[in-house]
Design a binder for this molecule. Sequence first.
Ligand code: HEC
Ligand code: HEC
Ligand code: HEC
Ligand code: HEC
Ligand code: HEC
Ligand code: HEC
Ligand code: HEC
Length: 489
Amino acid sequence: MEATFIIAREDLQVDPVTIVAEGLLIGRLPICELLLNHPSVSRLHAGITYADGNYYLRNLRPSNPIMVNGAKLEEYEALADGDVVGIGPFALNIDFAQGWLVVKVSLQIAASPADAMARREASGLWDLPTTAQLEIPSEATLAETQGGAHQRKLPARKSKPAEASSTALDVFWDKRITAATKTVKPSPLFPLSGRSSGKAQSVWAPTTDLKRRWPVSLILWGMVPIALLSIAGALFYASAFAPAPISDAHNRASLNLSPPIANHVNAGSCTSCHALRTSMETKCASCHTTESFIPTVIQPHLNAGIGCVDCHAEHRGASFNAIDGALLSCFECHNDQNRKTYNGKSVSTPHGGTFGYPVVNGHWKWTGLDTEEMALRKTTLKLERLPSDNEDQWRSKQFHAVHLYRVRAVAGLPGNKDGELSCSSCHATRDPIDLTTPRTTCARCHNGQPDARAGRQVIASDKPNCTSCHVQHIKDKRHWNPGLLSRAD
Ligand code: HEC
Ligand code: HEC
Ligand code: HEC
Ligand code: HEC
Ligand code: HEC
Ligand code: HEC
Ligand code: HEC
């Protein structure tokens, strides 16, 4: 049967709480309607139920005493108006008012509940005008009666309830205790301060002072998996770390060029270029070594410490073309404005910013091609250095052999019947030999010729295409616009 309990906590500075329930559970567990937070109070200490017009107080932990008006409560007892129940250091003043049970809780400084009872009596608090008035005594009436000298008789004890209701009580409290212990995990950590009432109950602050600090070793060990995850991330989900997307060429899953320039696809891999132990140059070179392409670097660049990535950039976005970038890198580095030194070697704008010309001050300055390079150029002319040939004559022979009868006579130059360069393409007269016209021809071909592979012109047509005269990858058959050659090598 439901009853209304009003709990007035004088021990805590909180407003009275009204509880409508079948029973009032008293104890140290937060689930108790009347929470008495003290080590001498059991987790589920006592219960009050309403039956047959009586409020029965029951000891749920017989080993832990409950005092009723100074006497030990055996098992259960019907409460009377004005009873003082002692549980641990708490005194529960029982008042019946308008069919409610008012429980006023105060904390007794006295050593035992019995002492508390004695003190209470001595103070004359028994004179409270309770039953007759059927209202909760106010602080004013309390103060009023405080001074009263006459003693009030202790209320008469009510008898124990009949056998039937006793079993009913047992069943009720068995159920409550089971329910309470099920829902609450026993924990040694209970708030030291009292529970707030009403909605404020759900507003709580963590008690960090009770927590044990995390040991330092835990942080150190915690760093291990984080470090491993970072490394794994760098290896397997690395695009997250990339400064910018890598080029399409290094992302694609199939080889586009034929003959191939790479021995396998890169397919977006990061570790193919970035490795802990191997240098990037070695990585580039090992993948870019095929029958038709060998990634050579000219000797002057090797000496100056110039490698693949000085000319071929990466992480410039998906549409970036590493060849375009490399062709432009020559101007950017070989420039009077560039004050940097490379292995102690400086650079300047080459041949005065014009197209390079092989003869300077009447002597062939062009260093020519070495045997290996020359062997790679299939020429129709029989190229042979005669013992009588001086350095100038030998380089002249090489220069003529590279161009004559193999390069197409493009850009309006006269050619032979096969459309190839012949003497008249460069020399207007043969006897005496015209040495002025050749100077005007170089820029017609060694400029930004549209590149059939890229489908566009990388270098402006008024600018020298450096690699057309200074081939960087001597074993690359595609180093320059193949359309300029009359026959495939
Ligand atoms: C084709 C080769 C290549 C691939 C593939 C590649 N990178 Fe790079 N990465 C480079 C080059 C070249 C640089 C510039 C290095 C330099 O200038 O020293 C670079 C620079 C970087 C840098 C800047 C480091 C620095 O030293 O400035 C990071 C970070 C980076 N790459 C991450 C990645 C990630 C992540 C991936 C995979 C998505 C990736 N790279 C794929 C070639 C590559
Ligand atoms: C795992 C192999 C692999 C590695 C390592 C690699 N590449 Fe490539 N590279 C390729 C492939 C594949 C292509 C595209 C070829 C094709 O599509 O036929 C390519 C294309 C190129 C191109 C031509 C781009 C174009 O648009 O035609 C250049 C230049 C190039 N790579 C330079 C480099 C440089 C420099 C490095 C080192 C920083 C490097 N590559 C590392 C596989 C690789
Ligand atoms: C001095 C600049 C320079 C250096 C150093 C250099 N390259 Fe190149 N590379 C070029 C230029 C310019 C091209 C454009 C085509 C040509 O002229 O051969 C090119 C073209 C390429 C191509 C594409 C070839 C084709 O036929 O599509 C690949 C692949 C390549 N280089 C890889 C490398 C590798 C690998 C290294 C390092 C071992 C390297 N390059 C070093 C300038 C350079
Ligand atoms: C990062 C700077 C850099 C880039 C990019 C670069 N070079 Fe060089 N190059 C040098 C340096 C440094 C030397 C050595 C100069 C010396 O020995 O005095 C050199 C030497 C040369 C030489 C030899 C000069 C001689 O005296 O024999 C030629 C030719 C040349 N570069 C052409 C090119 C071409 C073509 C390109 C573009 C594909 C290019 N370079 C890209 C720095 C660069
Ligand atoms: C691609 C242009 C070109 C073609 C084609 C060409 N020459 Fe030359 N020739 C030159 C240049 C450049 C020079 C050096 C000019 C200078 O000294 O200023 C030269 C110089 C000469 C000289 C002067 C001696 C020397 O070697 O310096 C003779 C002779 C000569 N050429 C003959 C011929 C003959 C014969 C043909 C045809 C079989 C021919 N050339 C085709 C560009 C060409
Ligand atoms: C009609 C076009 C054309 C004209 C004009 C021309 N060249 Fe060339 N030149 C070529 C072609 C094409 C090649 C490449 C030949 C090859 O790959 O074997 C070449 C090769 C070269 C080379 C050798 C590059 C190498 O290492 O393989 C040099 C140097 C050169 N030319 C300089 C000149 C000079 C200087 C002039 C002006 C006097 C000139 N050329 C006029 C088309 C021309
Ligand atoms: C038409 C052919 C041709 C073109 C294009 C060309 N050069 Fe040259 N280059 C030569 C010849 C021939 C020489 C040797 C004569 C000389 O030293 O003046 C030379 C010499 C050089 C030298 C060594 C001498 C010096 O001044 O340091 C460098 C470096 C050089 N060229 C770089 C370049 C660069 C970079 C480009 C592109 C901007 C380029 N060349 C374009 C033909 C050419």
